[in-house]
Design a protein around this ligand. Structure first.
Ligand SMILES: NC(=O)C1=CN([C@@H]2O[C@H](COP(=O)(O)OP(=O)(O)OC[C@H]3O[C@@H](n4cnc5c(N)ncnc54)[C@H](OP(=O)(O)O)[C@@H]3O)[C@@H](O)[C@H]2O)C=CC1
Ligand SMILES: O=C([O-])CC(=O)C(=O)O
Length: 259
C-alpha cells in the first residue's frame, strides 16, 4: 500500500522511520505534502520520498491512501478534496468538532466511495464506548487529562492546576493541539456537548495521562493510559503516532480484531 502523508512533523517522522526504514510488509510512504519544500528538503533524501506543495500533484503521485499528520486547519482545508480521490486517515480529529465539516466530508466519502479512518490516537476504550452506545444507552462519558505543565501553559507553576473544565466542544477550541482525544471520544460516544473534560497542567509529571470513565446500561468502564511523549513533540503521545501505523496495518489486512 503506497501512502502519502500531509505534514512532516513529529508524527510524520515516526511513520517515515518506521515504515520506510523498517519492514512493515508492503506499506511504503511515497509522498509527503508540505507547505515549504525547502524547510523539509532533508526529509526527501533521508526517507526516499517526494515532497509536494501542490495537492493535485500529490494525489496523483501513485499513492493509495493519505495520512493527515498536520493540524486541524489542514484537515479543514485539504480533506474535502482528498476524500474525493483517496481513503484518508485523520489524526487531527479535533477538526471534526465542526459538525458541518463532518456532514460535508461524510457526504463526499459516500459520493466517491472512499473511507475516513479516525485512529484512537493517544487513548483507548473506543471499542467499549461504541459497542456500549450501539443502543444509545450510554449516559455519562468523561475524560480527565493530565499533561506536563509546559505542554499546556507558558507560566511556571509549582502545583498541578486545572486549566480547563467543561465540554469537549470547548476543550478543543481552547487546546487544539492537546484535546483531539476529547473529540474522538465524543464522536465514538455521546457527542461534543455531553462529553465532560477536565484538563490539568502538572509540573511534576513527564507523561501524558488520560483517564476515561463511561457509564451506561452495559455497566461501567474506566480506563487510564500513561503515555510516553514523542521526543520531537512532547505534547504528542507516542501511542498517537503508533495508532496510525496500527490503523494502516489493519486497513491492509483482512482479519479485523475487536471494535
Ligand atoms: N488524535 C490524537 O490522539 C492526537 C492528535 N494529535 C495531532 O496530530 C497532529 C500532528 O502532530 P505532530 O506531528 O506532533 O505535530 P507537529 O507540530 O510536530 O507537526 C505538524 C506538521 O504539520 C505541518 N503542517 C501544518 N499545516 C500543514 C499544511 N496545511 N500542509 C502541509 N503540512 C502542514 C507542519 O509544517 P510546518 O512546520 O511547515 O508548519 C509540521 O510539519 C496535530 O494536529 C496534533 O494535535 C497529536 C496527538 C494525539
Ligand atoms: O497525544 C496526546 O496525549 C493527546 C493530544 O495531544 C491530543 O489529543 O491532541
Amino acid at each position: 500500500m503506497n501512502i502519502g502523508i500531509v505534514g512532516a512533523g513529529a508524527i510524520a517522522h515516526f511513520l517515515l522511520k518506521e515504515i520506510n526504514q523498517k519492514d512493515h510488509n508492503d506499506l511504503r510512504i511515497k509522498s509527503v505534502f508540505v507547505k515549504d519544500k525547502r524547510k523539509y528538503e532533508t526529509v526527501a533524501s533521508q526517507f526516499e520520498v517526494e515532497l509536494f506543495t501542490d495537492l493535485t500533484d500529490f494525489l496523483s503521485s501513485g499513492i493509495d491512501v493519505v495520512v493527515e499528520a498536520a493540524n486541524i486547519n489542514a484537515v479543514k482545508d485539504l480533506v474535502p478534496d482528498i476524500i474525493t480521490q483517496k481513503d484518508v486517515v485523520v489524526i487531527s480529529v479535533g477538526a471534526f468538532a465542526d459538525m458541518e465539516l463532518v456532514t460535508k466530508i461524510g457526504h463526499l466519502a459516500n459520493k466517491y466511495n472512499n473511507d475516513i479512518h479516525l485512529p484512537s490516537g493517544a487513548i483507548g476504550g473506543l471499542d467499549i464506548l461504541q459497542n456500549a452506545h450501539a443502543l444509545g444507552k450510554v449516559t455519562y462519558v468523561s475524560l480527565t487529562t493530565r499533561k506536563p505543565a509546559s505542554s499546556l501553559i507558558t507560566e511556571e507553576i509549582e502545583e498541578a492546576q486545572v486549566v480547563f473544565e467543561g465540554k469537549a466542544a470547548d476543550a478543543i477550541e481552547r487546546f487544539p493541539k492537546n484535546m483531539n482525544v476529547s473529540i474522538v471520544l465524543a464522536l465514538a460516544g455521546i457527542g461534543m456537548e455531553n462529553t465532560k473534560v477536565t484538563l490539568i497542567a502538572d509540573p511534576h509529571i513527564n507523561k501524558n495521562i488520560h483517564h476515561v470513565e463511561i457509564t451506561g446500561e452495559f455497566g461501567e468502564a474506566t480506563f487510564t493510559i500513561k503515555n510516553n511523549p514523542l521526543p520531537e513533540n512532547p505534547k504528542t503521545s507516542y501511542l498517537a503516532a503508533m495508532s496510525i501505523l496500527g490503523t494502516l496495518k489493519r486497513m491492509n489486512g483482512k482479519i479485523r480484531i475487536g471494535g
